[in-house]
Design a protein around this ligand. Structure first.
Ligand SMILES: [Zn+2]
Length: 243
């Protein structure tokens, strides 16, 4: 039996992988993307100091566009490599369904600590940047991963985030303990203690093994041993991994 793995999207990391073979593993965001993003931010700032539609502004705007396509190319390349790595040697991959509302987080309002007055938090600029950089990234990655998994005959399934609550549920005992996003460590009265992302990945792995693979193997067994009876049921020829 080859490796079955589950991964959770990180905030600081690209993904955290739990698998049946290895200790949980974190995949860091590559440094070059961070550098490109810093350059892009600087390019935006440089553009925004110029008079709109002036010659200087147009040149700066062109630079912004070029950097965007460079980052998009780097990211696509990365997504191909990382999904290929995940699929290699795996028999099943689980993750959670994307929540579109969570994909772009607005910067929190900042307040002056002594006066309590609102301070500029760069929300407008940052929202644009977040949108450009993050919007399509997780969906693109999952699209490539799903395709590569299908091609390699690897089971791929996305857990229902709302009912499973991978970030709030304890991987060891199943209890749901709410924790805010800034809480990076999972501690449970049952004694479980691990990183937040590691916990989520373990919850997703347990979900996949219990709710997807058991059904999948039952289906496979039926197909191999009871194919004639199965043929009586239309629509069960293709295992419905994706809702
Ligand atoms: Zn627990």
């Amino acid at each position: 039996m080859s490796r079955r793995g589950a991964f959770d999207w990180g905030v600081e990391t690209f993904a955290t992988i739990a698998s049946t073979d290895n200790e949980p593993l974190q995949i860091a965001n590559p440094r070059f993307l961070g550098q490109s993003e810093a350059t892009l931010k600087a390019a935006y700032q440089s553009r925004d100091t110029k008079k709109k539609f002036s010659r200087g502004w147009r040149l700066a705007n062109k630079r912004v566009a070029q950097l965007h396509s460079k980052i998009a190319r780097q990211r696509l390349d990365l997504h191909h490599k990382q999904s290929a790595q995940m699929v290699a040697g795996a028999s099943a991959i689980f993750t959670e369904k994307l929540q579109p509302a969570n994909m772009t987080r607005r910067p929190k309002p900042k307040q002056d600590e002594t006066t309590g007055q609102d301070l500029p938090n760069g929300a407008a600029a940052k929202a644009g940047l977040n949108k450009a950089i993050l919007d399509s990234a997780p969906a693109q990655f999952l699209g490539i991963l799903r395709y590569k998994a299908a091609e390699a005959g690897v089971v791929y399934a996305e857990a229902p985030t709302r009912s499973l609550k991978p970030s709030q549920r304890c991987h060891a005992c199943g209890a749901v303990v709410k924790k805010p996003l800034r809480e990076r460590w999972h501690v449970c009265p049952c004694g479980a203690s691990c990183g937040r992302d590691v916990n989520s990945a373990l919850v997703l792995l347990a979900w996949g093994l219990e709710h997807v693979l058991s059904v999948f193997f039952a289906w496979l067994w039926l197909r191999n041993n009871r194919s004639q009876e199965l043929a009586a049921y239309r629509g069960v020829q293709n295992f419905p991994l994706e809702p």
